[in-house]
Write a protein that binds this ligand. Sequence first.
Ligand SMILES: [Mg+2]
Length: 238
Amino acid sequence: MKRSKIFLHPEKLNQITKDSYENWIFDLDNTLYDINLGLFQKVSERITLYIMDKLYLKKEYAERLQRKMFKEYGLTLRGLMLEKNIDPDSYLDFVHNVAHPELEVDSQLKNFLKKLQGKKFIYTNASKKHAINVMDGMGITDQFDDILDIKGTNYVPKPDPRSYKTMISKFKIVGEQLKRTVFFEDTAKNLKPAKKMGLSTVWIENNFNHQDYELNEKFIDFKCNNIKDFFNSISLDI
Ligand SMILES: [Mg+2]
């Protein structure tokens, strides 16, 4: 299947400029970098190891539990906390204790981010330590005003609406500002609560996230297969 770079509302994209939004909010994993780098796969393998170790499970059973928890709770950690009494901090330290030498400084993305007016935030279901690790590797840490991680939402993950309430409160987004806020995500269902609150939404497509998209298409304003395609398509220099 041949995919165009941007295939939802391209006509509206041209109207977006660097100061169209007061708040630019970004998911981290598989949104700011390409899923094909395999970062998340490494984390996922460490989650399996953690479950094997803590719950004395063979790999096959650990993987099955991991998939089940992710499906039911939107975040494996959330399920493990509620059903297996797992300590979140030890979990996060373990699963994100991995180097990412494949990450390279992304000067092009940095330049795009630099041009954006308004505030820029990271909103992730992972830990702040992981977010900074990844952003440092990409050379973009200094481009962001604040980070909200899973600890900051009291371990309530996206797409739980309570997580979004914490998010807008932490980032101090009130009233009409919601309409001047855009949120970028590769997990389509995480865009639904944002859209319901009045935010604009951008979905980053990859080869593995289509099923979720089909169910949440109506909550998505724009889609593209790389975040830099989005910035390339809007009017950043005006
Ligand atoms: Mg993601």
